[in-house]
Design a protein around this ligand. Sequence first.
Ligand code: PLP
Length: 401
Amino acid sequence: MKQQDSALQTATRLTHAGRKGKSHHGPVNPPLVRASTILFPDVASFHEAHGSRRVYGRLATDTTLALEQALCAAEGAAACMLTPSGLSAISTTLLALLQPGDHLLMADTAYDPTRQLCEGLLKRNGISTTYYDPLLAGGIAALMQPNTRVVFVESPGSLTFEVQDIPAIAAVAHAAGAVVVSDSTWATPIGWASFGLGIDVSIHAATKYIVGHSDALMGAILTTAALETRVRDTYKQLGMSIGADDAALALRGLRTLAARLAVHRDSAQIVARWLQQQPEVAQVLYPPLPGAAGHELWKRDFRPEYACGLMGAVFRSDVSEQQVAALIDRTRLFGIGLSWGGYESLILPTNPARYRSVQPEKWSAPMLRLHVGLEAAEDLLADLEQGFAALRVRPAMAQAA
Ligand SMILES: Cc1ncc(COP(=O)(O)O)c(C=O)c1O
């Protein structure tokens, strides 16, 4: 894709980025290159290639380069590095940007394994972490230390879906010489203008919507030009790399991301509105839902056409965990499983209080996480109706059913 094509609409860019142009004669998709060793015809050309990434399969192949290019075009990043999982993208980035003696400000709503990284590997290496209320916005200034090098955001947050004021957070971080790293998995590469909001490194669990079909794990680290070398050096030293087959699956997923998100978004609105009407539900945690917590900030900072299908629901405090389990067990179309972002709907009970330092008591009622997939919304509602019917049976009877 040529430079001026950045003016094209997102859906158009996703279908053309990382592919050869109109004059290309051959298959639509870039070749799937499985390679470790790359051969050179003579010593001169071997030496000439020195410094290029096209010398060894771990560093680049046509397939991984095409995916990197397409992801950069999708999000407006200067550089992309691909890792074997979303979590390894997070650990690689934090190891690249922090060293012993540094301090990290971490959103309290971060994905739990990210917290485990802070409490494990980072702590063992002399890096300290403070967890901050994701709604603090510019109030994080009071938590900044002279050695704070990274402010980590995840918006909406894992399980509780708080929307963070990224520009206000970035202004404080940048004024103190720190960088803003974002777990942007919910937004996907097209759901917001991450770099325009002040994010310096945007990380994706590509496992979710980019791959989109629940058949591969992958992470993507997207950086500004200023941070590329720092992150890439650590990325290379850790030996991060992905296989050609997974790269091809992610590239295939990316081509249809805009089209899939439009369906996830529409069905998720229908499901969220329906959940809101159920007397047992105290709160629906879905920022794209008008009136939901974080909706105004979400409207300001996200692209409404690409909302995803992941949401939460908080039950009234008199609903028991057994009743929620009965609901989940009764649904037929919502699978019980970790992860999200595939074509299929998923449902899980959640207990965010277990993973929080800031006000864990806020989340004492039973909760659900739902991923609204690509099934017809009316079928999903009928399925949830069955589930709620099971919940409405007294707990003792629900257990006997
Ligand atoms: C918000 C978020 N970030 C990161 C990850 C980690 O991705 P992966 O499972 O590919 O390591 C997940 C996985 O569920 C996630 O939900």
